[in-house]
Design a protein around this ligand. Structure first.
Ligand code: SF4
Length: 440
């Protein structure tokens, strides 16, 4: 979400006539787009603010950069932040681009008029993100997001479709629709529509090849959405469904709104509806009071579901949340670290086995870039693939190639360009559109 916000703000600056700079000491404007979902992310932001204070102190009067801080660090009341960080000129809440552009405009005699509407990235990555719903209404006890990003607000579908159409004109082939709870999209729009309706509309955009969405809440993942994933050819067979903890008592304390039994039922429904689906999840270890037995239940879920990828984080107390006021952060740091390692070990074995089964099979890969002699891209199932390309210097990011997987690791796959005779082997995790596949 932050990457997408930064791209949009950056586009506004470019339209005003600013260039980008890698060096904050040489920049006229520095915008720090912050994340505070974990303590480590907040520490990174405050460390950077210390560096910017030094740059401002060392600059001649009035010539230091204008410093703006945007994103989740900025809540509704900024008085404490202003006191702690006097080096910051502008505080802006998530997606509040206007005050930043306006202040930069006043300072440098540039007019931001018209640079905000349609702040679509000018040079978007071939696989790009588009926020479709901002904020969150769920209030999980450990999470600061609803307090910082506010309540859920869905963007109008025509605005989203227009934005993606422009992005596709600028070279985007793979779009990920974003929301803290993307699958609750549309509940606040009248006449009502849902994520399945939006997927259908985005699917109509000519030139767009792949559609994904992140992140889903198990309680909002409807059969209608799953059937849209199954039935719309451009929608990739990826579902990210966080479970956060494998123990019911912890799930109650987290206020997640489901039991682990209900979660596993939902997973079965996903697997039945979308054969070959790639499943990922998010998980917290060391939440307040988590015992060894409760942690074991999280490992049990990993073994039962066999996710393709797991995003795991050690719990860190976020001031302002319900948990920070009512549930002491009791699990020792060393225990959290050991649990992270245990999760990695179990998951690594699962991914080793799963990825090894892909060797020898053919997949469509959308090329996203080149590193030295190797191209890299992703399958529809979001597997990272490195392609050995002896005779393919002419291949460019944005092309979709058919490849044969030659080897695997838990984290990525190696491949070479497949002869055209490889076709869809019937597993719809990589439906091959022969029209699009160049003859190798
Ligand atoms: S659903 Fe996600 S974003 Fe919303 S409060 Fe829970 S963890 Fe935070």
């Amino acid at each position: 979400m932050n990457t997408s916000d930064s791209e949009r703000l950056s586009s506004g600056f470019e339209q005003m006539g600013f260039d980008s700079s890698d060096d904050p000491a040489k920049a006229d404007v520095v915008v720090l787009n912050t994340c505070v979902v974990r303590q480590s992310a907040e520490d990174t932001a405050t460390g950077m603010l210390g560096r910017l204070a030094k740059i401002k102190r060392q600059s001649p009067a009035q010539l230091g950069p204008m410093v703006a801080v945007m994103g989740c660090m900025v809540g509704p009341d900024q008085s404490e932040l202003r006191r702690r960080f006097p080096q910051v000129d502008i505080w802006a809440r998530p997606q509040q681009f206007a005050p930043i552009l306006e202040s930069a405009g006043i300072r440098h005699g540039l007019d931001p008029e018209g640079c905000l509407s349609g702040a679509v990235p000018l040079n978007p990555h071939v696989a790009s993100f588009v926020p479709i719903v901002h904020g969150c209404d769920k209030f999980c006890t450990f999470c600061i997001i609803p307090y910082r990003r506010g309540r859920e607000i869905s963007r109008p579908a025509p605005e989203i479709v227009h934005e993606i159409t422009v992005m596709v004109d600028r070279g985007v082939k793979d779009i990920t629709l974003l929301g803290q709870n993307v699958d609750s999209y549309g509940h606040d729009i009248r006449p009502r529509l849902d994520l399945a309706d939006l997927l259908e509309q985005v699917h109509e955009i000519s030139g767009l090849e792949r559609i994904r969405f992140l992140t889903s809440h198990p309680n909002d993942m409807s059969v209608r959405i799953l059937e849209a994933v199954r039935d719309l050819p451009k929608v990739c067979e990826n579902i990210n469904l966080p479970f956060q903890a494998g123990d019911d008592a912890l799930l109650v304390n987290m206020r997640r709104g489901y039991t682990i039994g209900q979660y596993l039922e939902k997973i079965s429904q996903v697997k039945e509806t979308i054969p070959g689906v790639n499943l990922t999840t998010d998980l917290i270890v060391g939440f307040s009071g988590e015992t060894d037995n409760q942690f074991e239940r999280s490992l049990d879920v990993l073994r039962a579901v066999e996710f393709d990828k797991v995003h795991v984080a050690a719990y860190s107390n976020r001031e302002g949340t319900y948990a920070s006021r009512n549930m002491p952060d009791t699990v020792d740091r060393s225990i959290k670290k050991a649990r992270l390692v245990a999760i990695d070990e179990v998951q690594q074995k699962i991914q080793t086995v799963k990825n090894a089964k892909l060797v020898g099979r053919a997949f469509e890969v959308l090329i996203e870039g080149r590193k030295r002699s190797r191209l890299h891209g992703r399958t529809r199932g979001d597997k990272l693939v490195y392609i050995d390309t002896q005779n393919s210097q002419s291949l460019e990011p944005g092309q979709t190639m058919l490849v044969e997987i030659t080897s695997s690791s838990p984290w990525s796959l190696e491949a070479y360009l497949a002869p055209f005779s490889y076709a869809d082997d019937g597993n719809n995790s990589h439906r091959v559109n022969k029209e699009k596949v160049p003859v190798a």
